[in-house]
Design a binder for this molecule. Structure first.
Ligand SMILES: NC(=O)c1ccc[n+]([C@@H]2O[C@H](COP(=O)([O-])OP(=O)(O)OC[C@H]3O[C@@H](n4cnc5c(N)ncnc54)[C@H](OP(=O)(O)O)[C@@H]3O)[C@@H](O)[C@H]2O)c1
Length: 314
């Protein structure tokens, strides 16, 4: 089969292998024909070696985590899925999957759910990591309440786009930071207040917020403490809690580490099928263009999500 693989960590290391080995169907695993794979910043970070170096993985590694496709075989003990089911989820090698930038992926049944019925394969492939991250942070880490005020950084990115829609659905007032030319897109997602992060200083405009969702990190994380009321909370996708700032501003700070589960994917499917969330596909690449897709995700000003299409929709 064809797969996008790496044989070393670094930049420019992605190779297309036309003779990659077919993933095996083993107990507890599901073999899926991949229709589309979603691209996340984590994919290029893995290529560059931002993985736990204490865990050794043997090359070649087939890259890619998010995907949607059709079940073609199931391993011993799998009862929830059968041949022909349309599923989506994660096939990341770090979670025991065989990698999704490939024609076929084998992954644990606990990392899958049935694809949202109203989503195309490309839309479903774009959802898992960003959707589960947004849902988990807002519902479990922050326990966001109706009427609360939240600042979501990076509103036009993958996680930010999801978080705006889910936070609005939960009844919050949502401010978000993004580039100026994203304003219409963000209003359409439901944002109440949009701050141009290139020209405006968000901490001068927003005060007494209940929560900040940080998808950007570094100085954006540290400046965000000024926006929060005492007892407020900031959850970051990138930064570990800064004890000194927590004490100074009397706020809570948590780091998010997203784990995709069948349960969280099922909730996400419900939100999609009920029209609470939708996903904007910024650009579609072929598997042969996997390296370009990663580069575009990294350097482009992406609106929503980038996907790799392996099969035509329909
Ligand atoms: N901890 C975990 O478990 C976990 C899980 C998933 C993702 N992540 C990490 O979370 C981060 C966000 O993921 P994602 O998928 O949402 O990435 P993404 O789609 O690339 O979105 C990031 C967004 O941040 C915006 N941005 C950049 N600088 C900004 C600034 N100074 N102020 C406001 N917005 C800014 C970008 O906008 P422009 O392009 O317009 O500048 C982009 O829209 C990534 O670093 C990813 O690796 C962590």
């Amino acid at each position: 089969m064809k797969a996008a693989q790496i044989n070393e960590y670094g930049t420019d290391v992605v190779e297309i292998n036309n003779n990659a080995g077919m993933p095996a169907t083993s107990p507890g695993k599901v073999l899926v024909k991949v229709h589309a794979a979603g691209v996340n910043p984590f994919d290029w970070k893995i290529c560059e070696g931002y993985v736990n170096q204490s865990r050794k993985f043997s090359f070649p590694i087939t890259i890619g985590g998010d995907f949607a496709g059709t079940v073609i075989d199931v391993g011993e003990g799998v009862v929830q899925y059968e041949k022909g089911d349309s599923v989506y989820g994660s096939g990341l090698f770090l979670s025991g999957g065989s990698g999704t930038f490939a024609q076929f992926v084998s992954t644990g049944e606990n990392l899958l759910a049935m694809k949202p019925e109203k989503a195309s394969y490309q839309e479903a492939a774009a959802l898992p990591l960003v959707g589960v991250s947004a849902l988990d942070v807002l519902s479990h880490k922050m326990k966001l309440q109706k009427g609360q005020k939240i600042l979501i950084h990076g509103g036009s990115g993958g996680i930010g786009s999801m978080a705006i829609q889910i936070a609005k659905h939960m009844g919050a007032y949502v401010a978000t930071t993004a580039r100026k030319d994203r304003a219409l897109y963000l209003e359409d997602l439901g944002a109440d207040e949009i701050i141009d992060y290139k020209e405006e200083i968000f901490e001068e405009k927003l005060q007494e917020y209940d929560a900040v969702f940080d998808t950007v990190g570094t100085e954006t994380y540290r400046r965000s403490f000024q926006v929060l009321r005492k007892g407020g909370i900031i959850v970051s996708m990138l930064e570990q809690p800064d004890k000194e700032l927590m004490d100074r501003y009397h706020v809570n700070s948590l780091a998010q580490s997203t784990r995709i589960t069948s349960d969280s994917l099922r909730k996400l499917s419900g939100l999609f099928d009920n029209g609470v969330i939708r996903v904007s596909i910024d650009r579609v690449f072929s598997l042969d263009e996997a390296a370009h897709a990663l580069e575009y995700q990294r350097n482009g000003t992406v609106k929503g999500k980038v996907v790799i299409a392996l099969l035509q929709e329909g």
